[in-house]
Design a protein around this ligand. Structure first.
Ligand SMILES: Cc1cc2nc3c(=O)[nH]c(=O)nc-3n(C[C@H](O)[C@H](O)[C@H](O)COP(=O)(O)OP(=O)(O)OC[C@H]3O[C@@H](n4cnc5c(N)ncnc54)[C@H](O)[C@@H]3O)c2cc1C
Length: 416
């Protein structure tokens, strides 16, 4: 086994890996040690590709309203790790890289420029300034312990390795689950990965006519009548199912019960109006405008195509005259608006997901360093760890914090 030798090799140059590289380089710089001994391996031709797609190209890089509950899994562990690099520390870190940020009313933090590229540039420039050795188009296919270090691909030796290869969401941005495979080979315990923050594909009677409609709804993932999770916000209706932030927030529960025949999506298409209020509204409209078509009864409440589908779901023709509608018809329309149920066939899967749930079992780590307890010198950060959060900047916060903690710890262990 011959090849290059490094102090630290970081596998994956995404959010957490870039952060780990800068943190390690800063530690070395403080001691006058060169960062050319830090290698950052990236499978793709460029670093940080996923970052450019985050926050719809704006990068929601953190959130000031962070609590344990913002994480579905292992929130207490995540916050424990963040004691060494919390929200404020992350903001200070980016500020030290020259990145100015702004916060919205929900605590979501974005770059001042509104461009995700600014966040990536801040990290890229710091990596370059410190002289970290960036090896693009270099995929780690194997990781083996060797003496007091590790061999990657049987050729690159490193005294310390940080696995920052992400999960297996949105493969087009490089994270394909290969980090999990490397760790599994070393006997590291993993929780089975599954997609979170993704869309839902719905079975009959989901009406394809809704394709392209967006509306404020309350979405609930249920097992029969039991509500597993619910959220309210703008739902996007697609050809075969639904997406949008509220759907993503609850999709994890559909992943967990995938294959269960009683898994359904209940959707309230008018969460701001109680059922009784809606019925009274429809009755008043019908009295005042008897010449309208049934689909126009709700023209002031929701997009027309959605109203038309609700009328159809009530067993009526959208073009039927309001004057012909009975009280019972109006009650049925109101009931369909407030609670339609569709079977969930499956989630939109890893490729459409923003984050992977599952990953390295948190009991494997020392939370102060993110070193794997049973394999000295091996660290992990980011999504490869079994921590996943809500939409709103919490997943990147975890990536930054865990990158800072692991990068600092790996470098310090070589300076002791
Ligand atoms: C479309 C989209 C939008 C998102 N928006 C937000 C948002 O606004 N806010 C938020 O908090 N979170 C957001 N997320 C989630 C967030 O981007 C991730 O949680 C975060 O990027 C995870 O960081 P990471 O470093 O663990 O993994 P990644 O960012 O996925 O980086 C992993 C890197 O490792 C490389 N790699 C993988 N395997 C290997 C290997 N074997 N060898 C070498 N290199 C390898 C990959 O190519 C990749 O560059 C979004 C995700 C997506 C997909």
């Amino acid at each position: 086994m011959k090849g290059r030798s490094f102090d630290i090799a970081i596998i994956g140059a995404g959010a957490s890996g870039l952060c780990a590289a800068v943190a390690a380089a800063r530690c070395f710089a403080r001691e006058g040690r060169s960062s050319s001994g830090i290698a950052l391996l990236e499978a793709l031709p460029r670093v940080g590709k996923k970052l450019l797609a985050t926050g719809n190209g704006r990068c929601n890089l953190t959130n000031s309203k962070i609590t344990e509950d913002c994480y579905f899994e292992n929130g207490a562990f995540a916050l424990n790790v963040m004691r060494a690099a919390d929200h404020e520390a992350v903001l200070a870190f980016f500020s030290s890289l020259g990145l100015r940020t702004k916060e919205d009313e929900c605590g979501r933090v974005y770059p001042q420029s509104n461009q995700a590229a600014s966040v990536l540039d801040a990290l890229r420039f710091a990596v370059e300034k410190h002289g970290v050795c960036v090896l693009t188009e270099t995929k780690a296919l194997s990781l083996k312990t060797h003496g007091n270090g590790f061999f990657i691909n049987d050729s690159l030796f490193a005294k310390r390795v940080i696995v920052a290869a992400g999960g297996q969401s949105a493969r087009q941005f490089g994270s394909d689950g290969s980090g999990f495979a490397l760790l599994r080979e070393l006997g590291v315990r993993l929780r089975p990965p599954f997609p979170a923050l993704t869309g839902l594909l719905l079975g009959k009677p989901y009406p394809r006519a809704l394709k392209g409609v967006r509306a404020e709804c309350e979405a609930r993932v249920c097992l029969g009548e039991r509500v597993l999770a619910q959220d309210t916000g703008e739902v996007q209706f697609n050809e075969n199912g639904v997406s949008g932030i509220p759907v993503m927030q609850i999709s994890r529960f559909a992943s967990m019960y995938a294959g269960d025949k009683s898994l359904v999506l209940q959707i309230d298409r008018l969460p701001g109006m109680a059922a009784g209020e809606l019925q009274a509204y429809l009755q008043a409209r019908a009295r005042e405008y008897p010449f309208l078509a049934a689909e126009d009864l709700m023209s002031g409440l929701m997009p027309k195509r959605l109203a038309s589908v609700c009328v159809k779901e009530a067993g009526l023709s959208p073009s039927s005259s309001v004057s012909a509608l009975q009280q019972a018809d109006l009650e049925r329309i109101a009931a369909c608006v407030k609670g339609q149920t569709y079977t969930i066939e499956k989630t939109a899967g890893f490729d459409a997901s923003q984050v992977t749930a599952g990953g390295v079992d948190t009991s494997e780590f020392c939370p102060q360093t993110l070193e794997i307890k049973k394999i000295k010198g091996l660290y992990c950060c980011g999504e490869v760890v079994n921590v996943d959060g809500l939409c709103g900047g919490f997943n990147l916060q975890w990536a930054w914090s865990s990158g800072l903690v692991s990068g600092t710890a790996a470098a310090q262990s070589l300076l002791e």
